[in-house]
Design a protein around this ligand. Structure first.
Ligand code: PEP
Ligand code: MG
Length: 577
């Protein structure tokens, strides 16, 4: 038995067997394959090589591929076709009895090392081409392993060094009990998705995967941030009791689902859901949500697949609107880069991805990328209550440029004879401190604001949201944050425009009291968090929340704020503390 402590990112506990998922981002561990399974492993290898070649041929045939790109992809295809490559990989799998991914990684490591030793610019470039080909094959193999989860006889605990957001989004909620990883912070995208699936998760667990293999029994304690490897029977019994208690609490919360999110003194709160793909709308409605306050559209991009067309966007938005039946759909434009998917996985890495050309900045630089989405948003607004939300706005300049592009989309659609709805509310995410500081100016030029605390916290406190080493500094209750949020909410109230909060902070019932007291009347949270937040809203009066908030505004540390909020929550809904 061994206990690992990491960062708790999604509450709840799970007891189960591990399924190791390698990621293409790091050296692939040596996974042993028993002799009886070698043939199946070779089939996996062949399937992956074919899939990688199909991906390349898709890119070669895609529109917008110039001659230079076409020459590069053709060379990659030639490497993949080379029978010597396959022979060598087959020999490694057979002779060493290792996984196909390990054989691929070992082959390309050797090749890249040889190129790098040549110290020539041309060969250095070839080395990066080889890495590209390797990633393509590994992606096919890892996707295949992920699909294998569906064939397992019992649900598993997924263990990985890290998971890309799209890998996490593809996890089958019904077959995954919990999730643990070696790196990651509290609002990394992987953590957000785990929470939205209601899956206990602990990240930042150091080198835990070295201690695990497929089938190892673990307890994942997402409340305390612990993972117990090979637990003894007494520990298993203790955690089974905790599971029973959790289930009882969940049933209690389910009961508030059909009641309105209204405070005891009659203030009606708009409690909406955050979604990644249109089908998530179902969980939002089932949880009793009032609409979608944040649709993270960058997940319409799937690495290795052609980019979504304008029609694909329209289909996705209209599908979500149909399920929403008149409730609002807030479509956030692409928030590419850093912790999220990127449209150019092969582009050179920037020195500071979080501060670089990402999100709205990248979209403004690349109208070819942005325009299809903007046109689709305008078109979808004819089908329901669409709101357009721009991420990563730093002030008035980028907001005006984004609005000008949206207007261009409207004009071109009208000229082409499309129906263009008059009413398309436009909002901005307040997630960069500069935008928060000038929120009184920004709010005058938009219809609504949405505070993105996940990024606002990281940019204000200079704490990387995905880095477990500084996770202890990532504090929503930091006095600086409380002042900034209060300022933004006030800017909205003064201008008579709605302000929502869609960061993870909004889904933690501990902060519901504080945010209500600041004057916030719109929340957007993961579907799973809706019942707990609603329960707090229904048990409190605005007067009570104002008292707690006034006290917190005078506190000098986040610990004091948290202590006060815990006390208030304990009085209102003891089971949530
Ligand atoms: C945020 O930054 O708070 C937010 C909601 O957006 P994301 O987590 O997608 O960056
Ligand atoms: Mg953000």
């Amino acid at each position: 038995m061994e206990i690992y402590t990491g960062v708790p990112v999604s509450p709840g506990v799970a007891i189960g067997r591990v399924f190791l998922l390698e990621t293409e981002e790091r050296s692939v561990p040596e996974r042993h394959v028993p002799a009886a399974e070698i043939d199946a492993e070779l089939d996996r290898l062949d399937a992956a090589l074919s899939e990688a070649r199909e991906g390349l041929s898709g890119l070669l045939n895609a529109s917008g591929v110039n001659t230079e790109m076409s020459a590069i992809f053709s060379t990659h295809d030639m490497v993949l076709q080379d029978p010597k490559l396959r022979d060598e990989l087959v020999a490694t799998v057979k002779d060493c009895q290792v996984s196909a991914e390990f054989a691929v990684a070992r082959f390309f490591d050797g090749l890249v090392e040889r190129f790098q030793q040549l110290e020539d610019q041309y060969f250095a470039q070839r080395a990066s081409d080889m890495r590209d080909i390797e990633r393509r094959v590994l992606r096919a193999l890892l996707g295949d392993r992920q699909r294998k989860i569906a064939d397992l006889s019992e649900p598993v605990v997924i263990a990985a060094h890290d998971l890309t957001p799209s890998q996490t989004a593809n996890l089958d909620g019904g077959r995954t009990l919990a999730f643990l990883s070696e790196v990651g912070g509290p609002t990394s995208h992987t953590a957000i998705i785990a929470r939205s699936m209601g899956m206990p998760a602990v990240v930042g667990l150091g080198d835990i995967t070295q201690r695990l293999e497929d089938g190892t029994v673990v307890i994942v304690d997402g409340n305390r941030g612990q993972v117990i490897v090979d637990p003894d029977p007494a520990q298993i019994r203790r955690y089974e009791q905790i599971l029973v208690g959790d289930e009882r609490r969940r049933q209690e919360l389910d009961r508030v689902r059909d009641y309105p999110a209204e405070t005891r003194d009659g203030h009606v709160i708009r409690l909406m859901g955050n979604i990644e793909v249109p089908s998530d709308v179902t969980s939002v409605i089932e949880a009793g949500g009032d609409g979608v306050g944040l649709f993270r559209t960058e997940f319409l991009y799937v690495e290795g697949k052609p980019p979504p067309t304008e029609e694909d966007h329209v289909d996705a938005y209209v599908a979500a609107l149909r399920q929403l039946g008149g409730r609002p759909l807030t479509i956030r434009t692409f928030d590419f880069g850093a912790d999220k998917v990127t449209p150019d996985p092969n582009a050179a890495r920037e020195p500071n991805p979080f501060l670089g050309s990402r999100s709205l900045r990248l979209c403004l630089e690349r109208p070819g990328l942005f325009m299809p989405q903007l046109r689709a948003i305008v078109r979808a607004s004819g089908y329901g209550a669409v709101r357009c939300l721009f991420p990563m706005v730093s002030g008035l300049e980028d907001l005006r440029r984004a609005k000008a592009m949206l207007e261009k989309a409207r004009v071109s659609l009208r000229t082409e004879g499309h129906y263009v709805a008059e009413d398309l509310p436009v909002g901005v995410m307040i997630e960069i401190p500069s935008a928060a500081i000038v929120s009184d100016l920004v709010v005058e030029e938009v219809d609504f604001l949405s505070i993105g605390t996940n990024d606002l916290i990281q940019y204000t406190l200079a704490v990387d949201r995905v880095n477990e080493r500084v996770a202890y500094l990532y504090q929503p209750a930091h006095p600086a944050l409380l002042r900034l949020i209060t300022q933004v909410v006030k800017a909205g109230i003064d201008a008579g425009r709605p302000v929502s909060l869609c960061g993870e902070m909004a889904g933690d019932p501990l902060y519901t009291i504080l945010l209500l007291g600041m004057g916030l009347r719109e929340f957007s949270v993961s579907a799973r968090a809706i019942p707990a937040v609603k329960q707090v809203i229904r048990r409190i009066t605005v007067e009570q929340s104002r008292e707690a908030t006034a006290w917190c505004a005078t506190a000098t540390s986040h610990e004091d704020v948290l202590a006060r909020l815990r006390e208030s929550l304990g009085e209102l809904v003891p089971s949530l503390v």
